[in-house]
Ligand binder design. Structure first.
Ligand code: PLP
Length: 391
């Protein structure tokens, strides 16, 4: 087999570890291998490095280092925040477009005797803060609504939710897994008590993350064991992962300060403009809402998104539908259907998500493949009647 060009535009699924991040981690696998809880030289060395990484994560989020708990990733952070607070009889407010790490945590709590309200979104994918306010009850303990959606990139008005939570004296958690590194985050400005991030979405490795826990917030731990992480998260620290997360958050903060992400949003806009102008019967899901700079979700009517993902993959382009696939039956995305998209349009949608490694040439490559691949699939489609959609 000859060389095949491959372009990866699925960075909301996971990102490659940046070379600088990998270099920062390297010594902590072998030379600086100590257990951060050991009192000897080896332990002190890794402890100091872990605490420096904590400072970097705190600097990205605008909090104190002591308010950062290292986790295994976004799923653990979301579970810890939600299950750590809620007790049977409590009422929790969430939304219909959350990641399954939040949605299934909420479902579990419902089964354990909590009351849940899932506030809806409008056609742009936005939650109306008034719906959150109206959902409050006397027993509401927590509001958990994401900052940026993983499928559409739509940014929620989290500061409004923070104000509502503060006025009502309830906790506010936000899943910022897809926001971290893409837009500035300031936990004080958001007014949240808890905020989760994940390393592998911002060019750190998979299996590490962090949860911001506002000072004074008491969470029931998920793990029982040693007194690691101020007794909030037992278990020997994933030192290389934590160092990687520290380096990645440092780089992310610098990039945000320099305004580097303007280039990324320009690339994203070019993808949208070119597809919408060259391929008929397409549209952007979440258009008109504020979005993170790296994501676009586009519907290609009369096409099965899954078929398009496979056809593009055969040509070297990796993108995704974002829709969950269960036992061969393709369920339309709960996020897109919550925005009011008919199931067939939701199933015809593709997510393109950029990362720091992507170049203008990557975008050119993707755009060179798309119109012809879509046209080919539509030729094969029994429901696509070209004359019906041509102006
Ligand atoms: N929350 C959101 C919005 C996500 O996109 C993801 C990743 O898929 C997660 C949570 C879960 O994070 P992790 O993969 O680190 O468990």
């Amino acid at each position: 087999m000859g060389f095949m060009r491959r372009v990866y535009l699925d960075n909301n699924a996971t990102t490659p570890v940046l070379p600088e991040v990998f270099e920062a981690m390297r010594p902590y696998f072998a030379e600086q291998f100590g257990n951060a809880s050991s009192i000897h030289h080896h332990g002190q060395e890794t402890r100091a490095a872990v605490e420096r990484a904590r400072e970097s994560v705190a600097a990205l989020l605008g909090c104190r280092a002591s308010e950062i708990v290292f986790t295994s990733g976004g799923t653990e952070g979301d579970n810890f925040a939600i299950s750590g607070l809620a007790r049977a009889g409590d009422h929790i407010i969430s939304s219909t477009i959350e990641h399954h790490a939040v949605l299934n945590s909420c479902k579990h709590l419902e089964a354990m005797g909590c009351e849940l309200t899932y506030v809806p979104v409008d056609s742009r994918g936005l939650v109306d803060p008034d719906d959150v306010r109206r959902a409050l009850r006397s027993n509401t303990k927590l509001i958990t609504i994401m900052m940026a959606n993983n499928e559409t990139g739509v940014l929620q008005p989290v500061e409004e939710f923070g104000k509502i939570a503060a006025e009502a004296d309830v906790y506010f958690h936000t899943d910022a897994v897809q926001a971290a590194g893409k837009v500035p985050i300031d936990v004080k400005r958001i007014g949240c008590d808890l905020l989760s991030i994940s390393g592998h979405k911002l060019h750190a490795p998979q299996g590490v993350g962090a949860l911001y826990v506002r000072k004074g917030t008491i969470l029931e731990p998920m793990f029982y064991g040693g007194s690691h992480e101020r007794s909030r998260r037992a278990g020997t620290e994933n030192v290389p992962g934590i160092i990687g997360l520290g380096k990645a958050t440092e780089l992310a903060r610098e990039a945000l300060e320099r305004g580097d992400l303007a280039q990324m949003s320009a690339m994203r806009d070019r993808i949208e403009q070119k597809i919408l102008s060259e391929v008929e019967a397409t549209g952007v899901n979440g258009e008109g809402a504020p979005r993170v700079p790296n994501t676009t979700n586009i519907h290609f009517d009369y096409i099965e998104g899954e078929a398009l993902v496979i056809a593009l993959d055969l040509k070297g382009l990796a993108v995704s539908t974002g829709a969950a696939c269960s036992s061969g039956a393709i369920e339309p995305s709960h996020v897109l259907t919550a925005m009011g998209l008919p199931p067939e349009i939701a199933r015809a949608s593709l997510r393109f998500s950029l990362g720091k490694q992507n170049t203008a040439e990557d975008v050119d490559f993707a755009l060179s493949l798309l119109p012809q691949t879509v046209a080919r699939l539509r030729e094969l489609s029994p429901v696509y009647n070209r004359t019906a959609v041509s102006p």
